[in-house]
Ligand binder design. Structure first.
Ligand code: AMP
Length: 441
């Protein structure tokens, strides 16, 4: 390549550009966090596979109608939190705010009711909610979840809760509490909603602004408002457990008995309703029992039964149950519990080079070592041997392979034992065998 003469280099005036940032509420997952993410995902995937689940990926973008029909038009998610827009072709679409509706859509669209039931699927990926960002709450967050379609038995509810619990145990999360409730079905819930509305109408002056709206639109959500004054009103509200139809009552009783059999600790929480319309009967959340920065216990994951969702989305009468958790919340919890993020990167050998000819040899040797399954580090852009050896130390390398001008010409390599500092010259063609021999020791 011809060398550029100095007078040929045109100097352009430097323009200062404003550095761009992530969109509000979105965050980068930096390399040092990846290790803990992989740990969480690997444990979750492995357990799901052991329990007979298969992985499914669904699109991040779905027709808005899917969430309006599935999650429910008068839920916080659909009313206020969706990233929705019109495509150039005029279709109304939304970034998915949760995973279940998309998986249920796929179940119907791909004819999974013809597969052997139950169909057990797990998924992982980004969810988008236009919420007010705060610690542990983002506009893009990631969930891992699993769903079981085609089985209405209460043993499946218990197994879902058990798997969720087991995943958290395997990940290594401590101090957890299972909160559980039943929110009945389309037979018994309307009657309970009326009772609840009657109760809350008498207390309307004690409610927050949002709850006054909920009273008209979605009275069940009155029960899980986190405002202090609303919590007081909710404490004395009629409890749905006392108003379940006999089928829902038996289903809930059996679920609890199965949980007892599995020796799972749970807390009956009559105010747990979950924020999505599709739930029926069992709902549950797994809480971290230590308070979060706002002084409250925080939900790490939640789920429940949704026996009507497939039908509401245009499929048959298919009972289903599922669970999902937010990965960011689990990462935060692990860090709070004192779990370190750092995974020490170790390279068995490190290539040190000096000069262009040596750099060419180093490039080739690096490739050969990788093909021979030796973990190898390099710093090809650096000039000084001292600084390269410093990096070899950082990587805890056992050996440095030094190629200088002379070695490049001779076709040799200096093997330096990083601990003793003893160096030996060896021909390039023998280097892999020699390294493998030394690494075995
Ligand atoms: P949900 O279905 O709303 O209960 O969400 C399931 C789980 O996803 C929650 O228990 C949280 O762990 C997590 N999650 C929900 N919304 C957010 C958010 N905005 N930011 C981070 N994690 C979230």
């Amino acid at each position: 390549m011809p060398r550029l003469k100095k007078q040929n280099i045109i100097k352009r005036p430097r323009r200062k550009t404003t550095p761009l940032q992530t969109v509000k509420g979105m965050r980068d997952v930096l390399p040092k966090e990846q290790f803990i993410w992989e740990h969480i995902l690997n444990k979750s995937r492995k357990l799901c596979e052991d329990f007979g689940f298969q992985k499914i990926d669904t699109p991040i973008l779905e027709y808005t109608e899917l969430f309006e029909r599935g999650v429910g038009q008068v839920t916080d998610i659909v009313e206020k939190e969706m990233f929705s827009f019109e495509t150039r072709g005029g279709s109304k679409v939304s970034l998915r705010p949760e995973g279940t509706a998309g998986v249920a859509r796929a179940y119907i669209e791909k004819g999974m009711s013809r597969w052997t039931q139950p169909v057990k699927l797990y998924y992982e990926g980004s969810m988008f909610r236009y919420e007010n960002p705060q610690e542990g709450r983002y506009r893009e967050h990631h969930q891992f979840g699993f769903e079981i379609f085609g089985d209405g038995c209460s043993a499946i509810d218990a197994q879902t809760i058990y798997l969720a619990w087991k995943i958290f145990q395997k990940i290594g999360i401590k101090n957890l509490a299972i909160q559980i409730n039943s929110i009945g079905c389309s037979e018994c819930r309307p009657n309970y909603k009326n009772l609840l509305t009657d109760y809350y109408e008498l207390k309307i002056n004690k409610l927050c602004v949002d709850c006054k709206k909920r009273l008209v639109k979605n009275p069940l959500r009155l029960l899980d408002c986190k405002e202090d004054k609303c919590l007081q009103v909710a404490a004395a509200a009629p409890q749905i457990i006392d108003h379940l139809c006999s089928d829902c009552h038996d289903h809930f009783k059996n679920t609890l008995e199965f949980l007892d059999e599995l020796e799972l600790p749970y807390v009956l929480n009559s105010n747990l309703v979950r924020g999505l319309d599709y739930y029926t009967r069992t709902v549950f959340e797994i809480w971290s029992s230590g308070p979060d920065s706002s002084g409250r216990q925080s939900s790490l994951g939640g789920g429940g039964r949704y026996d009507n969702l497939v039908e509401v989305l245009g499929g048959g009468d298919v009972p289903a149950v599922g669970f999902s958790f937010g990965i960011e919340r689990i990462v935060k919890k692990l860090l709070n519990d004192g779990r370190g993020l750092d995974k020490k990167v170790v390279k068995q050998v490190f290539i040190v080079q000096l000069g262009d000819a040596a750099r060419k040899k180093a490039l080739k040797l690096f490739d050969k070592l990788i093909d021979s399954k030796v973990s190898v580090g390099e710093s090809l852009g650096r000039e000084s041997i001292k600084s390269q050896l410093k990096i070899a130390n950082k990587f805890n390398s056992k050996m440095a392979l030094i190629i200088g001008q002379k070695e490049a010409l001779d076709g040799t390599v200096i093997i330096r034992d990083m601990e003793s500092g003893i160096q030996e010259v060896i021909t390039m063609d023998k280097v892999i065998v020699e390294i493998k021999r030394r690494l075995k020791k």
